[in-house]
Design a protein around this ligand. Structure first.
Ligand code: MG
Length: 376
């Protein structure tokens, strides 16, 4: 599996990069340049995102991306390495502002380690490491890519250097690491988890009526079709388990309930697979830079027996939410013959979900935004 497609806290590395730009108010267009062999991988990882296939070298790939952007006539373009998934909102803003002022901007960090070359200590004064994204006035970098297409350079700022065009350095981000080795993935996971220290808990509850099975309709519970003499009645597939989990996820971000997002009167959701609802709720959390830490659901019914299906349910929920299976719990109970579940009139489900959102980062970014307003 190419590193850009490896899973990182519930989604491929590449998607963290895509979402950082997609959710940024200054960004209106995203083109991903992919390896020609990765088309299928890309389409399943990032459906609906525009892409072009790359060339033989990094530089040729960037050039193909720029060519694809020309019709959109952007003022500024940011060129990013998708293997750096931890790029922050603030850095994107800073780069855009610097590129508007000076046509070219690169995030850079001063070298703090002692640098040795061939057994000799180098003077690290003035040494920086460059990161991505790098931001440019579109017309400038597009022109330089055509002019210097035969040169092989390791980043796009180097094209400006070749032209003698100044590049503004903006402070880089120490956790904007590049996934190169397997250990980097673990490090990225830690950075993301430490950013997401706003822990939320949401609760969901749902009930659907049981009716005799007819017309080939299956009993759907937690994403699994079960053969049973009764099925759940509802506008969608009536998967009471997935509905409770969806509500619990929505609750963690104060996003209302499932009925607000997927109306019972909307013909699009007639007999719909409830996995769609669950994915939507998870996407809303992801849009806020959050992650789902844990899902617990309890099914309340006399029949069918849940235990034979429990593992499959756990796996299906984990698959829909792209979570490790250990982070999903499915339980079942009867009500000892009492109440509507005891009389087998319906099935109830309760869920508790824990999500983690970037609390500190969001707060400091808002503050920075306010400071900017003051400054301007
Ligand atoms: Mg429901």
């Amino acid at each position: 599996m190419p590193k850009q497609y490896l899973p990182l806290l519930g989604k491929p590395v590449l998607n963290w990069s895509i979402e950082a730009f997609k959710n940024h108010p200054l960004v209106s267009n995203i083109i991903v340049v992919i390896h020609p062999d990765h088309e299928q991988l890309f389409k399943s990882a990032a459906p609906g995102i525009k892409y072009v296939t790359g060339g033989g070298t990094r530089q040729q790939s960037v050039q193909k991306g720029l060519t694809a952007l020309r019709p959109a006539k952007p003022d500024i373009v940011l060129i990013h390495d998708a293997a750096r998934p931890l790029i922050s909102n603030t850095l994107i803003t800073d780069l855009c502002q610097a590129a508007i002022k000076s046509d070219a901007a690169t995030p850079a960090l001063p070298v703090t380690d002692t640098v040795k070359r061939n057994g000799k200590t180098e003077n690290r004064e003035g040494l920086y490491t460059a990161q991505t994204p790098q931001a440019f006035r579109f017309d400038l970098i597009d022109k330089l890519h055509q002019k210097y297409q035969d040169k092989s350079l390791t980043d796009d700022a180097a094209l400006c250097e070749a032209e003698g065009h100044p590049v503004t350095y903006v402070p880089g981000q120490s956790d904007n690491i590049k996934i190169t080795h397997p250990a980097d993935l673990a490090r990225a996971e830690q950075y993301l988890a430490s950013r997401c220290n706003d822990v939320r808990t949401g609760q969901g509850y749902d009930v659907h009526r049981l009716v005799p099975a007819s017309g080939g309709r299956k009993l759907m519970l937690c994403g699994i079709a079960i053969s049973h003499d009764h099925v759940l009645e509802g506008h969608s597939d009536a998967d009471v388990g997935l509905h409770a989990i969806t509500d619990a996820i929505l609750a963690t971000i104060g996003a209302g309930d499932i009925g607000q997002h997927f109306s019972d009167n909307d013909p699009r959701w007639k007999n719909a697979d409830s996995a769609t609802f669950l994915k939507h709720a998870a996407a809303l959390v992801a849009q806020q830079g959050g992650i789902i830490a844990h899902v617990d659901v309890t099914l309340v019914c006399e029949a069918p027996k849940i235990s034979p299906h429990r593992t499959a349910m756990q796996q299906r929920i984990a698959e829909i939410l792209r979570l490790p299976v250990q982070r999903v719990s499915v339980k079942a109970t009867t009500t000892e013959g009492l109440g509507f579940t005891g009389r087998r009139e319906g099935i109830a489900a309760q869920s508790i979900v824990t999500t983690r959102l970037p609390f500190v980062i969001t707060a400091s970014e808002q503050q920075t935004e306010e400071q900017r307003k003051w400054a301007s």
